[in-house]
Ligand binder design. Sequence first.
Ligand code: UDP
Ligand code: MG
Length: 328
Amino acid sequence: MTTQNTQKTHHLTLIIPVYNEADGLRRHLDEILRQLEALPASFSTDLLIVDDGSTDSTPGIVQALCEQCSDVSLLVLNRNFGKEAAIMAGLDHADADAVVVMDSDLQHPPALLPKMVELWLGGADVVEAVKISRNTRSGPYRYFANVFYHIFDTLTGLDLHNHSDYKLLDRKVIEAYRSLPERTRFFRGLVNWMHFPAAQIPFEEPAREAGESKWGALRLLKLSWQSISSFTALPLQLVTILGGVTFLVSLLLGAKALYDKLSGQALDGFTTVILLLLIIGSVLMFSLGLLGSYVARIYDEIKARPHYLIAPGKSRLPITRKEEGHGK
Ligand code: UDP
Ligand code: MG
């Protein structure tokens, strides 16, 4: 950690979003602090823990650590705004040459930090830790993640397979990220989209040390759709394609209906009419739903609510970094 008499030329902040992580948190943070000692002597470091509205003893645990360790600070959000907002809050309040965004559960191994800073010093503005395998996750989780990344890749052209939020970002990348005007954010997608010179480090994702993953199936599904719809409007084109397909089917069935009528066998078309009604009805409903979800996206963006709100008086920040900024 920081010592006063060594010449420190680089400052690195670790941003760690936490939400109800009391179980094992102190041990995890101690381990992260321990691993920071392996960084080159020219580095000064600090931890910025962003409490994302935990309802357990998480903030208290971090506050106690802040009392003992001047290189640890805490930013407390008013309620649970989600990991994306917590990362944004951390980036807004970091004041460093580079930051590393890292999970609190040791699934992002801090042992990678020396390699990350080495690549950064070598010129990479973004250093991404990419998972080699997801074997620590359940079968359905892995399957769902693969399907999601495949769809995301097909629709947006950005291949994020096995990418994680464990990233080192240079100051200029942080500034660029903060200047993006959108509210709905998909951190790993946007960092990729900004396309700064990047280096990758493969890593085996260990199993969660303690506590549970915060992503239930529904939350994951919602997040996936938010990520896709915030990146591409291509699904809307699907409506046009569906319209084209139903038009073709109607042409065929229309020709058959006319033929039946002219040849005097018009009565047996009842099933066809029902099928047509069902098909067209469901395509219309599907299309309306799709349009609706994009309108909702526009609605959310136009409201321009802040990404997060800070809980007054609960944070422990250095005097140089005030509890200011509510995510614009
Ligand atoms: N997290 C957060 N806000 C949330 C959900 C999660 O800050 O609403 C934090 C969580 O405390 C952890 C990190 O984000 O430090 C990753 O969460 P988790 O381990 O549950 O995700 P997974 O590893 O299963 O993708
Ligand atoms: Mg985890």
